[in-house]
Design a protein around this ligand. Structure first.
Ligand SMILES: N[C@@H](CCC(=O)N[C@@H](CS)C(=O)NCC(=O)O)C(=O)O
Length: 193
């Protein structure tokens, strides 16, 4: 029996495609990664980094149990086991390997980072909204000018012309006011090295 320890994520669904395509009987064992089920000793025994997906084949080669982790390794294992979707000859398999590795080494990480960037941007906007509210009630972050203003200004000044500032007039005002202070100007413009 093939037991797939998984959850409803992109990596978690990858082996399901192959199991379905190759019409291999399998059982899903949900591992709730939101509740830490992937960090239990039981799961770590099959997936040492505590990740999903992981696969247990109770009838692996020679009738022996095989455990697998890494979704791509699982795909390869299932391809070997079923003899499907992996090309019938070394030349065909080389072609599959080339495109599999291209996808895993380049396409997947690039798109994953792009998604994280989007999430980061959403977080940045939320942070700006917090600053906007605070600065709508105060001239500076902690009321009077303080080191609380000095810390973020070196980075935020780089966003003073960003369109985000059009809808956050208090943040824009604060950036201008802090960055035009002589000491801040000097620190920002000083030639170092
Ligand atoms: N390279 C691994 C990545 C697996 C992975 O990152 N799985 C995520 C879910 S999509 C996970 O288990 N996250 C839980 C954690 O890292 O704590 C694979 O392809 O299987």
């Amino acid at each position: 029996m093939l037991e797939l320890y998984t959850w409803g994520t992109t990596n978690g669904r990858r082996p399901i495609i192959m199991l379905e395509e190759a019409e291999m009987p399998y059982k899903i064992i949900p591992v709730d990664i939101q509740n830490g089920a992937h960090k239990t000793a039981q799961h770590l025994a099959i997936s040492p980094l505590g990740k999903i997906p992981a696969l247990v084949d109770t009838e692996g080669p020679g009738g022996k149990k095989v455990t697998m982790f890494e979704s791509t390794a699982i795909l390869l294992y299932l391809a070997e086991k079923s003899g499907k979707f992996y090309g019938p000859s070394p030349a065909k398999r080389a072609k599959v390997q080339k495109w599999l590795i291209f996808s895993v080494a380049n396409v997947l990480p690039t798109f994953a980072i792009m998604r994280q960037h989007k999430e980061l941007e959403e977080t940045a906007v939320k942070l700006l909204d917090v600053l906007e509210t605070q600065l709508s009630r105060n001239d500076f972050l902690a009321g009077d000018y303080s080191i609380a203003d000095m810390a973020p200004i070196t980075r935020l000044v780089q966003f003073s012309d960003h369109e985000w500032m059009k809808t956050r007039p208090n943040v824009a005002r604060w950036i201008n006011k802090v960055s035009s202070r002589p000491a801040v100007k000097k620190a920002l413009e000083m030639k170092i090295g």
